[in-house]
Design a protein around this ligand. Structure first.
Ligand SMILES: Nc1ncnc2c1ncn2[C@@H]1O[C@H](COP(=O)(O)OP(=O)(O)OP(=O)(O)O)[C@@H](O)[C@H]1O
Length: 602
């Protein structure tokens, strides 16, 4: 059973109640033309005022019953549609969280945002519409035709002939419209993607004075969206006049033949009025069809897109990690630190020995290897500096350690255990990771650091901030640790953001700390102080850096070039052994600077 069906089943009682109430409302409404015909034939035409009053009272009472049944049905329908949307959004969000990095990137963030918001809202509206209006259409049409036949067979037959013609036309329209609405949805995605990209890159756009260029790009996509929507609406809207034309022709026919029948004594005025009333109700129901159908095809497109995410098979997904997270978080709060995290996961704490044996790696779906036969060993507590030109594979190498991707060949062992056999949640809980691109959340500084470890105390947060050399800067902020950050930490400098995100990693008290070019914006003195603090924590540290000042004190330097480990060793050893390393040192010390060596690195 699909996820959506399962969610819907949860609300089946309310859905059935909505339909039952709708049936009561409809039954009463369909009797109303009969009551009116009684008022005309037995009351007004016979000059029987009391009869007219009695039937008038019945009509009022029926209107009240229909009104109450309608409201109750709407209440149930709202409950179903809102509940369904709420549950589906939860499930979808959970699924997205469980995606591996690769699958997440394949869907693209902007498209996932549209699916989580716009598409689910469309589905909610469609469910409400189905329960309240779409299910009404066939019932009103069939009920009206049957009642018209009951009232007067000959006149009722006129209605019976027109309805199939209209239905055939509407079905043809649905098929056409659903393709058009799918295209609209794709274009909406594209507009959303551009908006997201532009708003996050606003600073760059301004500095490069590319505003008009970006506005032009946006206008183009916006225009495409408008054209797509207009094409879809044109199709659905042309249905309306066509439906009205056919039905009005039907009513004229009823009036025409009705006049003859009345003259011949074959029908009463009340009966003709009743059949016209049923025809009008049929028109009302059918004219809502074009709107219902366009909503349904939009719903089908949205449903398909939501289903795509829900049914995505992601073998290296993060589901178990995600599911175990909440359980561990509680235990962690009570026990504290990496030991607590490991104990929560039911295992001994990770020591932090990292061993790469002939590791090669290519990104999924890519041809070329970005790492080739890389081997090294980092002992617990050591600091490993990873150096190399841009694009040489440094980030790719460190991303393999928390298992963001699996190595294509070779093996990575943590504490002697193959990383593939290691419980991913246990591994990640032992890792503090500071990515190249700093990501801060809107909220206070304290919340941003505490995000690294749920339930951390203010003392732990402050200790991490001190180690990351950011405590004093935080104290100077208007509200200290309670200072709110704008989205992505806009009110902090680049270096401050870097240190804040380092503090977030340190508060985890990790066994393995990965700093992916995370000290680039720090001056040499601050960086040295930070590294000294990190050394005291005795965690294995992988530091991607371009600065000799940080490699000089490292236990091991990995010099990368084009995916290969071209040299490794301590500073002194590399000075002896590696020509490239020597040149880098010289260029940074201002001695015999060789421009291409520097270029290589930047
Ligand atoms: N998600 C990805 N999918 C496919 N290829 C990627 C991906 N990320 C990086 N690459 C490629 O892998 C190679 C190594 O990139 P990587 O980011 O590891 O280099 P780096 O040494 O960290 O560079 P820099 O110092 O600029 O951050 C590059 O050629 C890059 O194009």
């Amino acid at each position: 059973m699909s996820v959506m069906t399962a969610i819907f089943r949860k609300y089946r009682i309310a859905a059935i109640s909505a339909i039952v109430m709708l049936l009561i409302e409809l039954a009463v409404e369909l009797i109303q033309p009969l009551i009116i015909s009684r008022i005309i034939d037995h009351g007004i035409r016979q000059h029987e005022v009391s009869v007219a009053w009695i039937w008038g009272g019945v009509l009022m009472a029926s209107a009240l019953v229909a009104f109450l049944a309608g409201i109750t049905s709407s209440f149930f329908a709202s409950h179903v549609s809102q509940g369904f949307g709420y549950d589906l959004r939860d499930k979808l969000y959970e699924k997205v969280q469980s995606f591996s990095y690769e699958v997440f990137n394949r869907f693209a963030a902007s498209s996932l945002i549209t699916r989580l918001t716009g598409d689910i809202t469309v589905l909610q509206d469609v469910i409400f519409m189905c329960l309240r209006f779409a299910s009404r259409v066939p019932l009103v049409v069939i009920g009206s035709v049957v009642m018209a036949l009951v009232v007067h067979v000959k006149l009722g037959l006129l209605l019976t002939v027109t309805v199939p013609v209209l239905l055939g036309f509407v079905l043809w329209m649905i098929r056409k419209a659903s393709a058009l609405f799918r295209a609209v949805q794709r274009r909406t995605d594209s507009v959303n993607g551009l908006i997201q990209e532009n708003l996050t890159g606003m600073r760059l756009i301004r500095v490069f004075v590319r505003m008009s260029h970006e506005i032009g790009r946006f206008e183009q996509r916006n225009r495409d969206l408008r054209q797509g929507t207009v094409a879809a609406l044109k199709l659905t809207e042309t249905t309306m006049p066509f439906l009205l034309f056919i039905m009005n022709a039907g009513i004229i026919a009823v009036l025409w033949f009705g006049r003859i029948e009345i003259a011949d004594g074959g029908a009463s005025v009340g009966e003709v009025v009743a059949v016209i009333n049923y025809s009008l109700r049929t028109i009302g129901a059918l004219s809502a069809l074009s709107w219902i159908m366009s909503s349904l095809s939009r719903g089908a497109a949205s449903g398909g897109r939501v289903r795509e995410v829900l049914e995505e098979e992601d073998p290296v997904g993060e589901r178990e990690v995600f599911l175990a997270e909440s359980v561990d978080a509680e235990a962690e709060v009570e026990m504290g630190g990496t030991a607590g995290m490991a104990a929560a996961a039911g295992a001994s704490p990770i020591q932090g020995r990292i061993e790469f044996s002939e590791v090669s790696f290519r990104y999924p779906g890519r041809e070329e290897m970005v790492l080739e036969r890389v081997s090294f060993t980092a002992e617990p507590g050591q600091r490993i500096a990873v150096m190399g030109a841009t694009g040489s594979g440094k980030s790719s190498l460190v991303q393999l350690i928390p298992g963001m991707y699996e190595p294509t060949e070779g093996m990575i062992r943590i504490d002697g255990i193959d990383i593939r056999e290691l419980d991913r949640k246990r591994l990640r809980r032992a890792i503090g990771y500071v990515p190249q691109e700093v990501m801060l959340f809107s909220g206070t500084i304290r919340e941003n650091i505490a995000w690294g470890r749920e339930g951390s105390t203010l003392e732990q947060i402050q200790a991490a901030a001190r180690q990351a050399q950011i405590h004093e800067t935080i104290e100077r902020q208007p509200h200290g640790y309670e200072t709110r950050l704008g989205q992505r930490g806009v009110n902090l400098s680049g270096g401050q953001k870097q240190r804040l995100s380092i503090a977030r990693a340190l508060v985890r008290q990790p066994a393995i700390l990965i700093l992916d070019d995370s000290t680039s914006a720090l001056d040499v003195r601050t960086e040295a102080a930070l590294l000294e603090e990190v050394s005291r924590l005795s965690c294995t540290t992988l530091l991607i850096t371009q600065k000799i000042s940080s490699t000089a004190t490292a236990d091991l330097i990995l010099l990368m070039d084009d995916g290969q480990l071209i040299a490794s060793g301590k500073h002194e050893e590399l000075l002896q052994r590696s020509e490239l390393y020597r040149r880098i040192c010289e260029s940074q010390q201002g001695k015999e600077a060789e421009p291409h060596a520097v270029q290589d690195l930047h």
